[in-house]
Unconditional design. Structure first.
Length: 1176
């Protein structure tokens, strides 16, 4: 008789579902470890390919889900694995820990990748798998973007890589993967060699490179790359290699990426410039782009500067126009300048949103703080709502938002939603976190761990942002309201219930100036300048204050009897402070309504029971007389309607008249001392702040969110005495069930629930699962049954019932380092010098059709003049045969003779030009430049006319149009033109003169004679006459004697001054900011404080100089008062008395320059005098 072990027999019973009860009975009878046996049986079924039976056995084994998924993947059940994982994601979040969900999602992504690779030859199945993979990337919330993107990059699935980067806001990571990944790692060398030997190498490369250029030419890449300058440099080099092989559409994407007129690239350019100034690199100092070509040279620090970005942008525009210009000819509309008009300082400067140095905001379980323009966040980090780089930590302490700090934007306000955060800065609105409903305003992006710029709002002056649970609002300076995000309840106010993934203006409020706005759980509330309140969205719990109206998708005006001064809204509750000082409220938390309904029902039932007992005792029996059913008695006694069976307690409360929350009701302010200046609402509680800095709280208090030292609810406002005894509060904010307050000294106070670290208190280091169980045990567990709500308090709570000072603040918040002051001075210098760069008033992409055509190129040349080397750009123009662009650069640099020459070259480069068009356009070019040339600069004008004469003779153009032009400008050009025509011995000039009329020649001679008789400078004419007469050597000797005697040539002072300023101006544009060391900043600050003290003592400097400082490029600095009181008299004394001979003209010119408003175009007086002595 064959023997069989009990375990083997048990495993034999697990082969089919029908035998599983027998297996369980056997295990129970023999005391076997059935869970381990079920797991072993499941693995055996997987080996046999019986996936459904294996799933049943794994469920019986209680095996961890992560282990099951690993077994499925190891056995190659990819399709089944994906279906199983989808089922897991459909379960409740509390049943599967968050780390396991991340692993499941990563494994599912790996399964999709393997399926895509396995179906390369089956186009139909491959497309289906790709579509399913795309839906997975869009809908799944848990996969690790860095892991998935690395898989996609290694397998060259560039289309999916690009999609993942867009959805998760990980464009920088995408470029990092592409730049640093070696494609040879994807295939072994033998496979690559075999493919190449059979002639399939180029096909494989083509198949994998179709979507690669789409990844590296993403138009939104520049801003994230600017936070990593070495990566930006590598990306520039990669594009430089790809550009010659890209088609025009992809080159246009590159042009849009580097279009510095767009808000994001403009901010990136500002970031690069600031980084360069901190490293001592300025435009023109050490460009990574060579002059003659786009070949990139490796710099020591592998970084880029502003000139690199602008030069590359111009190169791309030139290349794009060259590829499109095969059928294009000369464009006469490009002759004139003036495409770009620099904005006035008052209009270009983005106004500050708030002047408050500190600002605090609360969300459902995270917080934000603004201190001196820097943003800090803390609390739950899930979905990236804190704005820090992707991390697996669930809770983070107070940390600076690195990306905003790197970009050097000044944050003025922060707003926190449920899973997202908004930052209002001087560069625009940034958002981060989850965008499942579009609440980030970033289009198709689903989630981002780092803040992204909301470009739709960059042209608007946003003064306030606010976040609802899943939607967002922004108020502009001109009173417009923009909303976006979740709209199912109509809370966006656009007249529909559709979600909006981009900010959209609420047109129905166009006739009103909105000054304040708030978002709640499913509603929005708006306050206008006239003191009128509009509400829209869900009204199920009275949030709109409109009675029983279910919801409204367009703004509804509330009639409150008098203007509203302050407005505030929380999750469900709205507060409105009237001009008379009365406080109204409407809306209620649904949990409170349920508890209220349950309490009312219990009271009524108790009253009915007591009444029935009394009647029974009077009737002599338990049911004597005509007693009615208790429910009917209850209904009759209350005068209400008999509720239907199964009606919820909340509905019963509504039926029985508990409707106070549906309409505005007044809050008792009898205990509040002083007028209110601010309010805040949470999920079920509210805070009031008075002018004297006292805080009053009321509402639910189960987590101590009122800060009163207990957990007792308060119907009316009560003073938070713990704060009143310690500080004067300046701002309050409410989260779901916690509160924060900022006092006048900058201290942060917190109280209430702390399950997510939202109070910035340190939580003990423990496993997430242990913390999850401890937090659950600290909350009030409410069990809903068919008859009542049972609330059971459990365990030790994690919150604070009274305000505590938050001490875990980063050191830079309490003590700002001196480097911050130094950086602030650099930022101010930069913003003054590059104001037009940070606030572009033009859009290069909209100037041409197709975009980024010739007008865009010429506008960019004008707008970014000073940020590129004109010589190298002219070389680029010549390489691409874009002579009109070369003429534009020469015109901007004041080289009009060369500009005219380039215009003539552009005309001759057009094969379709006719003789009539050539003559007319050439005359227009000469006319245009005649209006620009310096009429007194005879030397430059002679070159201009020589180029004109040579072109006219070579092309044998008629001279009649020119004669008419000369006659019109004869008083201004007669002398210079006469010098060219009458003193030049070139044959081409002689032939040209022979074609002119005698009358014009006589007129030119008369203009030259008039010049001599008027006493104006005519040295060129004298030189020509001396050359013709043979006395040039004698004149040179006389000039040498004059110079040794100290005589100066008769050059007009105004012309000397203009040339001096022009020369210095070119140098100034090369330097965006001046660097001061920390000791110099401290010394300068002490000097300014001393002057301020002197002013207070009565011996003050002039008011216009008080508090100002002067910093020179030579490295010296002083206060404005000391400069004018001491340095200027010393300069005058040195120039007039202490040199070998006095220099009165120099002293006069320098004094005039130092007195100019704004930027002084000189070094300090001391260095100027030393330079004069050194070069005497």
């Amino acid at each position: 008789m064959c023997r069989c072990s009990a375990e083997r027999l048990f495993l034999g019973f697990t082969g089919s579902p029908a035998m599983l009860p027998s297996a369980e009975q056997l295990g129970a009878l023999l005391g076997l470890d059935i869970f381990s046996l079920y797991e072993a049986a499941a693995e055996a079924q997987l080996v046999r390919g019986q996936f459904p039976q294996a799933v049943r056995l794994y469920q019986l084994s209680k095996c961890p889900q992560l282990k099951r998924v690993a077994h499925f993947a190891s056995r190659g059940f990819l399709s089944e694995l994906l279906a199983y994982v989808q089922v897991l994601f459909g379960t409740r979040a509390s049943e599967i820990p968050a780390p396991d969900r991340v692993h499941f999602a990563n494994v599912a992504a790996l399964g999709f990748v393997q399926q895509v690779l396995g179906k390369r030859r089956d186009t139909t199945d491959r497309d289906a798998v790709l579509q399913a993979f795309r839906e997975f990337l869009r809908e799944n919330l848990y996969y690790d973007a860095s892991v998935v993107m690395r898989m996609l990059s290694e397998q060259r699935l560039y289309e999916l890589l690009h999609l993942c980067a867009q959805l998760r806001g990980q464009r920088r990571l995408m470029v990092e993967q592409l730049v640093h990944f070696d494609p040879s790692l994807a295939l072994d060398s033998a496979t690559c060699a075999a493919l190449a030997s059979r002639g399939y190498g180029h096909l494989l490369q083509q198949a994998n490179s179709d979507h690669f250029p789409m990844c590296v030419t993403d138009p939104d890449l520049l801003l994230p790359l600017s936070c990593d300058l070495p990566l930006l440099s590598a990306h520039l080099r990669l594009l430089a290699d790809l550009l010659p092989r890209l088609d025009p559409d992809l080159v246009q994407r590159v042009a849009r990426m580097y279009d510095a007129s767009r808000p994001a690239p403009a901010l990136a350019l500002r970031r690069v410039l600031l980084a360069s100034s901190r490293q001592g690199r300025y435009p023109g100092s050490s460009s990574s782009l060579s002059t003659d070509s786009l070949d990139l040279t490796q710099s020591d620090d592998d970084s880029v500067n502003e000139e690199d970005i602008v030069k590359f942008m111009l190169f791309v525009l030139l290349m794009l126009n060259r590829r499109r210009s095969k059928n294009r000819g000369y464009n006469e509309h490009l002759l004139r300048t003036g495409f770009f008009t620099p904005p006035a300082p008052s209009s270009a400067k983005r106004p500050a949103v708030q002047e408050a140095e500190r600002y605090v905001a609360c969300g459902q379980s995270h917080c934000g703080l603004v201190v001196r323009g820097k943003a800090y966040t803390w609390g739950r980090a899930q979905f990236g709502r804190l704005g820090h780089r992707e991390s697996h930590k669930e809770i983070l302490g107070i940390t600076c938002v690195e990306v905003l700090d790197t970009l050097r934007v000044k944050v003025s306000q922060v707003a926190c939603g449920t899973h997202h955060t908004l930052f209002n800065t001087d560069a625009g609105v940034f958002s981060c976190g989850s965008s499942r409903f579009g609440q980030l305003g970033l289009g198709d992006l689903q989630r981002t761990w780092v803040p992204h710029l909301v470009e739709t709002l960059c042209t608007k002056e946003v003064v306030k942002v606010t976040a609802g649970l899943y939607h967002s609002l922004a108020v502009t300076r001109d009173g417009c309201l923009f909303t976006w995000g979740w709209g199912v309840h109509g809370q966006l106010g656009h007249g529909s219930c559709a979600d909006e993934r981009l900010p959209r203006r609420v047109d129905s409020l166009a006739d009103h100036k909105v000054v304040d706005a708030y978002g709640g759980c499913g509603h929005s509330a708006v306050l206008t300048a006239e003191g009128v309140v509009f509400t829209f969205g869900c009204n199920l719990f009275g949030q709109l204050g409109l009675g029983r109206t279910p919801k409204k998708s367009s703004p509804q005006r509330l009639e409150l009897g008098e203007p509203v001064r302050l407005l505030c809204s929380g999750f469900f509750q709205v507060l409105a402070l009237l001009s008379s000082g009365r406080l109204l409220t409407w809306g209620a938390n649904p949990q409170s309504l349920r508890l209220q309904a349950q309490s009312s029902r219990r009271s009524r039932l108790q009253a009915v029971v007591a009444q029935n007992e009394l009647l029974s005792s009077l009737a002599g029996g338990p049911h004597g007389g005509n007693l009615r059913h208790p429910t009917s008695s209850s209904a009759a006694s209350s005068g209400g309607i008999l509720p239907a069976p199964g009606t919820s307690p909340m509905a019963q409360a509504l039926l029985h008249g508990h409707q106070r929350h549906l309409s505005p009701t007044e809050v008792d302010l009898s205990v509040v001392r002083g007028p209110l200046v601010s309010m805040a609402c949470g999920s079920n509680h509210a805070l009031l702040l008075t002018r004297d800095g006292e805080v009053y709280a009321f509402g639910r208090n189960t987590e101590g969110q009122l800060g009163l030292g207990s957990r007792k609810d308060q119907k009316n406002p009560q003073l938070v005495s713990h704060l009143a005894q310690r500080s004067k509060v300046a701002q309050v904010s409410c989260g779901r069930d916690f509160s924060l307050a900022l006092d006048s000294q900058g201290k942060l106070w917190a109280w209430g629930q702390n399950d997510g670290g939202q109070l910035a208190c340190k939580l003990p280091a423990e496993e997430s699962s242990v913390r999850h169980l401890r937090v659950l045990s600290s909350r009030l567990i409410t069990i809903r049954t068919s008859r009542c709500l049972i609330t059971i308090p459990q365990g030790q709570r994690t919150g604070e019932v009274r305000p505590i000072e938050v001490t875990a603040l980063p050191p830079e918040i309490t003590r700002p380092p001196l480097d911050d002051l130094e950086q602030s001075l650099r930022q101010k210098a930069f913003q003054n010098a590059y104001l037009s760069r940070s606030a572009p008033t033009f859009d290069l992409g909209s100037l041409d059709d197709p975009p980024y055509g010739p007008v865009a190129l010429h506008t960019a040349l004008e707008a970014f003049r000073g940020s590129y080397d004109p010589t190298s750009v002219v070389n680029y123009c010549q390489r691409f045969s874009d002579f009109q662009a070369a003429a534009k650069v020469s015109t901007l640099e004041g080289q009009f003779a060369q500009a005219l020459q380039y215009q003539f070259q552009a005309l001759m480069f057009d094969p379709k030009v006719t003789r009539e068009f050539l003559t007319r356009t050439a005359v227009e070019a000469v006319t245009y430049y005649l209006g620009l040339i310096d009429k007194e600069n005879s030397e430059a004008n002679c070159g201009f006319f020589e180029n004109m004469v040579s072109f006219w003779q070579e092309q044998e153009l008629p001279v009649n149009p020119l004669e008419q032009l000369f006659q019109a400008h004869l008083p201004d050009i007669g002398y210079s033109l006469g010098l060219v025509l009458f003193s030049n011995e070139r044959e081409v000039v002689s032939h040209f003169v022979s074609r002119l009329s005698p009358g014009l020649c006589l007129s030119l001679a008369g203009a030259m004679r008039e010049r001599v008789l008027s006493g104006r400078p005519h040295g060129e004419l004298i030189g020509a006459l001396l050359e013709r007469s043979g006395t040039a050597a004698l004149a040179a000797q006389i000039r040498l004697v004059d110079e040794s005697a100290g005589w100066e040539p008769a050059v007009p002072p105004q012309r000397l001054w203009e040339q001096l300023v022009r020369s210095l101006g070119h140098g100034m544009r090369r330097k965006a900011a001046l660097r001061l060391s920390a000791p110099e900043v401290e010394r300068l600050t002490q000097a300014l404080l001393a002057e301020k003290s002197a002013k207070a003592g009565g011996c003050s400097p002039p008011d216009k100089l008080a508090g100002n400082a002067l910093v020179f490029s030579c490295g010296h600095n002083t206060t404005a008062a000391a400069f004018h009181e001491t340095a200027m008299p010393e300069l005058e004394d040195s120039l007039l008395r202490r040199l070998q001979r006095p220099l009165p003209l120099t002293a006069k010119l320098l004094a005039r320059g130092y007195a100019m408003p704004g930027v002084i175009p000189f070094a300090c007086p001391r260095c100027v005098v030393n330079e004069i002595r050194a070069n005497w």
